[in-house]
Design a protein around this ligand. Structure first.
Ligand SMILES: Nc1ncnc2c1ncn2[C@@H]1O[C@H](COP(=O)(O)OP(=O)(O)OP(=O)(O)O)[C@@H](O)[C@H]1O
Length: 678
């Protein structure tokens, strides 16, 4: 305690000592310096506090709580200083020792890195089954426990579907070891608020697609910074390895392209059998186009080419495009215009930003547009307008990078000429049902090396099959290549010929069913009344008859356009019926049925309204209820008088002479609506 004694206090006390005491000032000050404050000097110090320090001292001495609090405060301040210094030191150390890399989901290496991580985690999972040995063994045990699943789901037109799941590192922090260096990877979802600051345009796209903007942060020691490039190169190599000999199918994911499932095995061009010369024409055209990049740029012509493949389902349009992409070592970007959530802007962006070396494929273009008007109201989910599509196609035309665009359709006749004019579509090819040439080729591909089949016998079987197809074609029955391929898969060469009638019957039924659908209606207009179509016609006749019977049962008048032609349903025989008339009659009958239902509903509505507007003579009970419900200020007499009059319109406050609010309240219509009179 004496050591805490303030110097100035000591000095002040010492100078105030009277010299008359005979004590030499030097001896007093000596004893103070030596720390000896007993005796008169000490008394002087304690008795004269003098200033803030003295006050503090006395408080500390006299109040133990105060001194304890003071001590705690000093400790807290010390701890805070220490913490700050530690944080500061850590920040400096982090800056100097660590280096981090950000990969955004916009960057191509983002997916490569995620794939690399999942590949590594699978590899390490295998290592983990081995005995633990050294740091390698330890590293193998440290693997990601925060996974995310990416599901690619495809619903096919035939109703079947496929789903592929890939496990990738999920949001969170992951540690891994690469070339003896430790890495920390933190996958953070950056939500819109943050992205707004960084990339406004991208943020808007994210808002449209509803997918969060993602980033991966990689951190390692600064001396290992070169490992980043080697890691990314390895990830890219791994991604490319997975694609060697394969075709990547990209699909639209919001406003960007993402690989759909794993890359597919390349389809070989000879495996798709098209009619004579068709394949060669398209392949040569594409190859010539690819070699003329300089020619296009020198003349300032947009470097793009559009192809339209049209024809019935199952004729090999998609298969051919896949094989063509494989032969050129290209990938395919598939876009379905009827896709939910697709807008003009997104379409434009997607067409303009397709991955390099890829063929753009717009499938079933007729399904999205049959006329120039937007078909969204007609049941499609897409918000793409026809003009939006034309703009997007023209936008592609203005791009300087190479663009190969394929459109496919089953119904050429449904397409607007503006869509397929030269400049948008440069080459159109019909990919039709099987021709004798194709049947010959496919038969050879399937059975040329079948065991136990002599060359001569093989040739005879092939000729027999081809002649049967020709005969079916003469009778108007076409067989799709998909059906022919399925038939060959099911049977050997001999049975394929023997079982030909089965294939033909199936083809006829298939056509009949197709013709039954409204989609098939137009196709139907082009067919002749052959054996195959007779089945279809019969189905249609049946439908017209059923329609007429339904109308008669419902007591709807049969439309005059239908009636004269069908004095009795039996008069319509399949042989006489003309498909276009039948299609017309069916549609007419359908329209008429709708009109009749609407008329009936309207009649009921009118009746109800008339009943509501009819003069009201309240029954005793209802009058009582009205009385109970009426406002006290409501004059009841005029209402009763008016209500008795046949011309009284209870909804018209002016004619009733009742104040407006009371009139609405008293009007029977709201009561009807509320069910009071029911
Ligand atoms: N010309 C062909 N050569 C070889 N196989 C074919 C041919 N046409 C169709 N196939 C086979 O039939 C199946 C369906 O073919 P694909 O999907 O290519 O027909 P598509 O014309 O694109 O049909 P859609 O118009 O319905 O899209 C595939 O398995 C394919 O192998």
């Amino acid at each position: 305690m004496p050591l805490l004694m303030p110097q100035n206090t000591v000095q002040t006390s010492t100078s105030s000592l009277p010299s008359s005491t005979g004590t030499t000032p030097s001896s007093a000050s000596d004893s103070l310096i030596a720390g000896d404050v007993s005796g008169p000097a000490a008394a002087a110090v304690t008795e004269q506090p003098g200033g803030l320090r003295g006050l503090l001292q006395s408080a500390l001495d006299s109040n133990p709580y105060f001194s304890a609090g003071f001590g705690l405060m000093a400790l807290g301040v010390g701890a805070q200083v220490l913490r700050r210094s530690a944080v500061h030191a850590a920040t400096i150390a982090q800056r100097r020792l660590l280096v981090s890399l950000e990969i955004s989901s916009k960057d191509p290496s983002y997916l490569w890195f995620l794939q690399w991580m999942s590949h590594e985690s699978a590899r390490q999972a295998q290592l983990a089954n081995r005995p633990l040995r050294g740091i390698e063994g330890l590293a193998s045990r440290i693997r990601s426990h925060e996974l995310a699943v990416e599901t690619k789901y495809e619903q096919r037109k035939d109703g079947s579907s496929t789903a592929e799941f890939s496990l990738v590192p999920g949001p969170g922090t992951h540690y891994f070891r690469y070339q003896n260096a430790w890495f920390q990877a933190s996958l953070a979802f950056r939500f819109f608020g943050v992205v707004v600051k960084r990339e406004r345009a991208t943020n808007m796209l994210d808002l449209n697609s509803g997918t969060p903007w993602e980033t991966v942060h990689l951190t390692t020691l600064s001396r290992d910074r070169n490992l980043f490039s080697s890691l990314l190169a390895e990830a890219r190599q791994l991604a490319q390895q997975a694609q060697v000999g394969r075709t990547v199918i990209y699909t639209a994911w919001g406003a960007e392209w993402r690989p759909f499932g794993r890359p597919r095995e390349k389809r070989l061009l000879p495996s798709v059998v098209l009619d004579e010369g068709v394949k060669e024409r398209v392949v040569q055209d594409v190859q010539a186009f690819m070699q003329r990049g300089k020619w296009y740029s020198e003349r300032g012509i947009p470097y793009r080419r559009g192809y339209l493949l049209y024809g019935p389902p199952g004729s090999g349009k998609s298969s051919f495009i896949q094989a063509l992409a494989g032969s050129l070592d290209y990938n395919i970007c598939v876009l379905n215009l009827s896709e939910r959530g697709l807008t003009d802007d997104k379409l434009n962006h997607l067409l303009a930003n397709a991955p390099e070396r890829s063929i753009m494929l717009l499938e079933d273009i007729d399904a999205a547009f049959s006329t120039r008007t937007q078909t969204g109201e007609a049941g499609f989910n897409s918000n793409v307008t026809f003009s939006g599509l034309l703009n997007a196609l023209d936008g592609v035309a203005s791009s300087t990078s190479q663009r190969i665009l394929f459109l496919t359709t089953n119904h050429l006749e449904k397409l607007d000429p503006a869509l397929i004019r030269p400049g948008r579509v440069d080459l159109k090819e019909l990919i039709d049902d099987a021709t004798p040439f194709q049947a010959n080729e496919l038969f050879t591909r399937f059975y040329a090396d079948e065991e136990g089949l002599a060359e001569e016998y093989f040739a005879t079987l092939r000729a027999e099959l081809v002649s049967r197809l020709e005969e079916a074609m003469r009778a108007g029955t076409r067989i799709s290549m998909a059906a022919l391929q399925g038939h060959f898969i099911r049977h050997g060469a001999r049975e394929a010929v023997q079982e030909w009638p089965e294939l033909r019957r199936m083809a006829e039924m298939d056509k009949a069913l197709r013709a039954q659908t409204s989609e098939g209606e137009k196709t139907f207009l082009h067919i002749e009344a052959t054996q195959g179509q007779k089945t279809a016609l019969q189905l249609m006749v049946d439908q017209v008859e059923a329609e007429i019977a339904r109308m008669r049962r419902a007591k709807h008048p049969v439309p005059p356009e239908v009636a004269p032609r069908t004095p009795s349903p039996a008069a319509l025989s399949a042989d006489e019926a003309d498909p276009s008339t039948l299609a017309f009659l069916l549609r007419l009958a359908d329209d008429h049925r709708h009109a009749a239902t609407e008329a009936k509903e309207k009649k009921q509505r009118d009746k109800k309204r008339a009943k509501a507007a009819a003069p009201v003579t309240p029954t005793q009970g209802n009058a009582k209820r009205l009385e109970d419900l009426s406002l006290s200020s409501t004059p009841r007499a005029p209402f009763a008088a008016k209500a008795a009059s046949p011309t009284f319109n209870p909804v018209d406050p002016l004619s009733s002479g009742i104040p407006y609010h009371a009139a609405t309240f008293l009007s029977p219509i709201p009561f009807f609506e509320r069910g009071i009179f029911h």
